[in-house]
Design a protein around this ligand. Structure first.
Ligand code: PLP
Length: 404
């Protein structure tokens, strides 16, 4: 395809809404964990489209599912149903606590469905009084007005007029803070089983169990937002599986489609029964093409080779980061679970996470940040070990430049 105009970063400023500030680098193709830009410069990708490209770029299983379904049927309205959606739903139900699935297109939409369902469940099972939603500070649940208000960062939800009501925020990893807010008027407590955007913060076992107990005591639903942690990222198919706690509702997106937009809300039959005909919906939710790709993604991820590989690859990466830290003393802590890794900068480098990201790009390495002080890595779950070694070598060069 030829353009009569240059496609470059300046064009972004001309034609795009200014809510993002992307890099000047324009990647045009990818294979596995490598990406090439318009100038054919090669990068190793430890960002994975923000925890999306869980099988790297153009994985053969996903490409062939896309092509195969693409030549059959792409989309049907929800007046019909379709084979890929039912196959994917059956696989998700068989693999998890859930008995029912609702498909959406993004993490925010899956969460929107979860929050609406929790409110409807409480209204029908109890009373209109039971509508409080409790979430956690620094949590992130999406950008629709309901989900961004449930998210624990006011900076994202302020400035849009009156907010959806009866939402409050407790401190993550602080049961007393939740105890002070929860009551029989709480309909749901929403948490990420590892806060991603908020800085890669794991909950303690005691905290997660305590949240479950408090929900049970007050007949509140426990919603796990697994948009970032789900689909193999932590070394389990879903993070709750490594936690000894089962949520009532779970949301998944990002890695679920391996790079194709799809999301799912999973729950039990009893809770799902409150989403009666016409109560909620989505034109694209359950799109056949998306479900076919997600089915291939789940089939590929939900295997001992891939899930055990996550733990082994996470060790290689964190050992490498710790070794770099021994030399340059840049990290106060390297943390996370599986291939959701956070490295918090020391005081000396506070606020400079973006500088490390930019310096890494110059060395041919894509990484992420989670706030101003944390470098975040969310690579492909099947990144070759040789790419990890090369990525660490490139990262060390970037660190050396900044530490100079
Ligand atoms: N929930 C969590 C935990 C997330 O990390 C994100 C995105 O970063 C979302 C929800 C929102 O997902 P989406 O951007 O697909 O709407």
């Amino acid at each position: 395809m030829t353009n009569k105009f240059p496609v470059n970063r300046a064009l972004f400023d001309d034609v795009m809404a200014p809510n993002y500030s992307p890099s000047a680098v324009i990647p045009v193709r990818g294979q596995g964990s490598r990406v090439w830009d318009q100038e054919d410069r090669e990068y190793i990708d430890l960002a994975g489209g923000i925890a999306v490209n869980c099988l790297g770029h153009c994985h053969p299983a996903l490409t062939s599912a896309l092509k195969e379904q693409g030549e059959k049927i792409w989309h049907l309205s929800n007046v019909m149903t379709n084979e890929p959606a039912l196959r994917l739903a059956k696989k998700l139900v068989d693999a998890t606590f859930a008995e029912k699935v609702f498909f959406a297109n993004s993490g925010a939409e899956a969460n929107e469905a979860a929050f609406k369902l929790a409110r409807r469940w409480a209204l029908e099972e109890y009373s209109a009084e039971k509508s409080q939603i409790i979430a956690f500070k620094k949590g992130f649940h999406g950008r629709t007005f309901f989900t961004v208000t449930v998210g624990g960062q006011e900076a994202y939800s302020d400035g849009f007029g009156p907010k959806p009501g009866n939402i409050c925020h407790a401190e993550y990893n602080n049961l007393d803070s939740l105890k002070a807010l929860i009551s029989d008027k709480t309909c749901a407590v929403v948490m990420e089983p590892l806060q991603g955007e908020g800085g890669v913060i794991s909950p303690t076992d005691e905290f997660v169990k305590g949240v479950r107990d408090l929900c049970d005591q007050h007949n509140a639903l426990l919603i796990f937002d697994e948009v970032q942690t789900g689909a193999g990222r932590t070394g389990e198919l879903f993070a709750y599986m490594g936690m000894d706690v089962t949520p009532d509702i779970l949301t998944s997106a990002k890695s679920l489609g391996g790079g194709f937009p799809i999301a799912a809300m999973l729950t039990t039959t009893a809770i799902a029964s409150h989403l009666k005909i016409g109560t909620h919906g989505s034109t694209y939710g359950g799109n056949a093409l998306a479900c076919a790709v997600a089915e291939a993604t789940i089939d590929t991820i939900n295997t001992p080779e891939v899930l055990q590989g996550v733990t082994a690859k996470a060790k290689l990466l964190t050992d490498g980061l710790n070794a770099i830290n021994t030399k340059y003393d840049i990290f106060a802590e390297v943390r996370g679970k599986g291939l959701l890794i956070g490295a918090e900068l020391t005081e000396k480098y506070a606020g400079k996470a973006k500088d490390f990201l930019n310096a890494s790009m110059e060395e041919g390495l894509m990484i992420l940040v989670a706030g101003p002080n944390v470098i975040r890595l969310t690579p492909s779950l099947v990144i070759p070990d040789t790419d990890i070694a090369e990525a660490l070598a490139r990262f060390e060069k970037a660190v050396a430049k900044i530490a100079q």
